[in-house]
Design a protein around this ligand. Structure first.
Ligand SMILES: [Zn+2]
Length: 362
């Protein structure tokens, strides 16, 4: 039903700039005046450079201004890629506590909690606390498909200075290991993560040793794209992704969304469109986040009755691209939009099209 044009995923990784400042030591040994003048100018130049750096680079200024404690964090997180929890573990090791029963119990706490995680799918909200006389971790887990969006809100309710480590982790299907996606800030804002790899996701919370902490956590998961047919919803999806077509010769590389002829179909992202006409897809539109279509998923709208855009048009999310019909090989079926997503091959659009997540009300 669709022309399976493959696109390649280009994962962009941007390395944070690593700024290294070296301490200069001023030599006090007696030297001749000419050399001293040259040295003074060199020193002046270096100072001027430092001042410029401090003015221009926020991160350098902050790291220079703050205590050595923060400098250590800076080296650990930005240079070595350690998490705050990794740094705490390193400190336990330095203090000789890591091999103690207490240190071991702290390290193992996440595994213990992870064996029976709190199921936090759909909408979830909780208020919990840790007390200084226990060695525990809390784990909130949810299973997510590619294209779903997880949102969360995390805040500290106590005023203690103690650290409460919080991270979002993922374990892909057929994988044993959890990997950290991001650290959570207890900043009371709503954060989100669109799922690029299906699997189990969990939020792990653990305070440092001997710490009291009270927190609230809200989570919700749902779709990451707006529904592409005006006035339609999940209930109007009539034919799922992956079902066999032409007696098993090929598979359905999208979902069919049934609606009355002439119902507007809308852009799911900001991007560029290309229109076309084919034997299978009939009047169809390709929508892509970038002009040439690489490095971005492509969205396929087929069997349109007519177009509302022309090739090369730039559209905004929600703009009308065309109208539901049954052109192409859908000529004998009721009008519907065949909607496909291609990103390194065809992807099931259904998880993308779930209702967008909303945190449960307090
Ligand atoms: Zn279809």
């Amino acid at each position: 039903m669709s022309d399976p044009i493959k696109t390649t995923d280009s994962e962009q990784t941007s390395d944070p700039d690593i700024v290294q400042t070296e301490g200069e030591s001023v030599d006090q040994s007696p030297i001749n005046p000419k050399k001293r003048i040259i040295r003074s100018w060199l020193l002046f130049g270096l100072l001027a450079l430092l001042v410029i750096l401090l003015v221009v680079r926020d991160d350098v200024r902050q790291n220079a201004a703050e205590s050595s404690e923060n400098a250590l964090h800076y080296i650990a997180f930005d240079v070595l890629g350690w998490s705050p929890r990794d740094l705490f573990i390193w400190r336990l090791r330095m203090a000789g506590l890591l091999d103690s029963p207490l240190g071991q119990r702290w390290i193992e706490a996440v595994n213990r909690a992870g064996e029976q995680p709190v199921q936090a799918g759909g909408q979830f909200r909780t208020t919990e606390s840790f007390t200084s006389d226990e060695v525990e971790a809390h784990v909130y887990q949810v299973s997510l498909e590619r294209g779903e969006k997880l949102i969360w809100q995390f805040s500290r309710l106590d005023n203690a200075e103690s650290r409460l480590y919080a991270s979002l982790e993922r374990r892909e299907k057929n994988d044993q290991q959890w990997s950290t996606i991001t650290e959570l800030d207890a900043d009371d804002t709503t954060n989100s993560q669109v799922v690029s790899k299906a699997g189990a996701y969990r939020i792990v919370l653990q305070p440092e040793l001997f710490a009291n902490a009270e927190y609230s956590l809200a989570m919700a998961n749902g779709g990451s794209l707006p529904f592409p047919v005006e006035g339609a919803g999940q209930r109007d999806i009539g034919s799922a992704f992956g079902v066999e077509r032409d007696g098993g010769a090929r598979k359905h590389h999208g979902v069919d969304i049934f609606a009355e002829r002439g119902t507007p179909v809308t852009a799911v992202i900001d991007g560029y469109v290309r229109t076309g006409t084919g034997a299978r897809g009939g009047e169809h539109v390709w929508l892509s986040g970038s002009m040439i279509g690489f490095g971005s998923a492509r969205y396929y709208y087929a069997h349109l009755d007519s177009f509302a855009v022309e090739s090369g048009d730039r559209v905004k999310r929600g703009d009308i691209l065309g109208y539901v019909g049954n052109t192409g090989n859908a000529i004998t079926t009721p009008p519907h939009l065949h909607f496909g997503i291609y990103s390194g091959g065809p992807v099931d659009p259904a998880p993308f099209l779930k209702p967008e997540p909303e945190l449960p009300a307090l």
